[in-house]
Design a protein around this ligand. Structure first.
Ligand SMILES: Cc1ncc(C[n+]2csc(CCOP(=O)(O)OP(=O)(O)O)c2C)c(N)n1
Length: 292
């Protein structure tokens, strides 16, 4: 097959962050891989029957059980003595943090040889941008509309990478599609390790975030520069922060221009700023520490 294993011509939106993530997952994995993918934008837009964008074996899995199906594939490969073939489960943030959370936890706890990747576009994008457990605080979604009653979602973003790490698995990492070499290196490293691995990649959603289609990478980078999203690895329980900006950029630079945050008042922006700074400092203070 010529070119990318993840072929162009799929039906994702122009500027789709998750589609960029998919392309680089396959660039890093190479062809000897089996993908189990939960329902969501990346399944719907890449496999309209009888077409597929996937140049590798790929199975459509229901919304909630990509991790369970991937566990079974990994065990079958073990029985067949096919140790070199890698298994990757992929889910959106809804499929991973909410409805598929139990299946993911079970896969991590049982110790299957699977890399689970969450593409985090911070909402249930496929069904019209409903809030998920990974939608950040104060983001407006169709189920958390900003108005006189609430200023968008009122709960915090679930800390899924840390929850994954608390399963005492050998490798956990966060990534952003704006730091693509870092993302690919993390996938390659994860695939070289036996056992369950977890990577969460921040991947902006053009219609869901209300951003221009040529600003996907801009916002994926701003998230990291402002400390809204921190790039780190937890290897055998030990935390390593991969990228520390000399000085965090103000969160305003990340929030402005996104329709989901356009209702924010200066007071709410200040609240987010204080919160992000405190969380960032807490994490940085643990750099190099054995967390689990
Ligand atoms: C049990 C079940 N409930 C609801 C749905 C409808 N549904 C399909 S995809 C989806 C949202 C997926 O969200 P996420 O995992 O965040 O992926 P994204 O759409 O953002 O790519 C929902 C609610 C379903 N397919 N199955």
């Amino acid at each position: 097959m010529k070119g990318d294993l993840f072929a162009p011509g799929h039906r994702a939106c122009a500027g789709c962050g998750p589609a960029i993530a998919m392309r680089h997952i396959l660039r890093a994995s190479g062809p000897d891989v089996i993908i189990a993918q939960a329902t969501g934008c990346m399944e719907v837009t890449t496999t309209p029957y009888p077409e597929t964008a996937w140049g590798v074996p790929w199975i459509h899995v229901t919304f909630e059980n990509a991790a369970s199906v991937a566990s079974g594939i990994a065990e079958a490969l073990k029985m067949q003595g096919r140790e070199n073939t890698k298994v990757i489960a992929i889910g959106g943030d809804g499929g991973s943090a909410d409805i598929g959370f139990g299946a993911l936890s079970g896969m991590l706890e049982r110790g299957h040889d699977v890399l689970y990747i969450t593409y985090d576009n911070e909402s249930y994008a496929n069904t019209g941008v409903q809030r998920s457990g990974l939608t950040p605080m104060y983001a407006a979604t169709t189920t958390t509309p900003a108005g006189s009653k609430i200023p968008g979602k009122t709960q915090r973003k679930k800390d899924l990478p840390m929850i994954a790490a608390a399963h005492h698995i050998p490798y956990v990492a966060t990534a952003s599609i704006a730091f693509i070499e870092d993302f690919e290196a993390k996938i390659r490293k994860a695939l070289s390790i036996k056992g369950p691995k977890y990577i969460q990649v921040l991947a902006p959603c053009v219609p869901g975030w209300g951003i221009p289609e040529n600003k996907t990478i801009y916002y994926a980078r701003k998230a990291v520069e402002t400390g809204m999203w921190v790039l780190y690895e937890i290897e055998n329980g030990k935390l390593k922060i991969n990228y520390r900006p000399q000085k965090l950029a103000p969160v305003k630079e990340y929030l402005e221009g996104q329709r989901r945050f356009k209702h924010l008042t200066p007071e709410l922006i200040e609240k987010i700023q204080d919160f992000v700074k405190a969380e960032y400092e807490k994490l940085v203070s643990k750099d190099g520490m054995q967390l689990f």
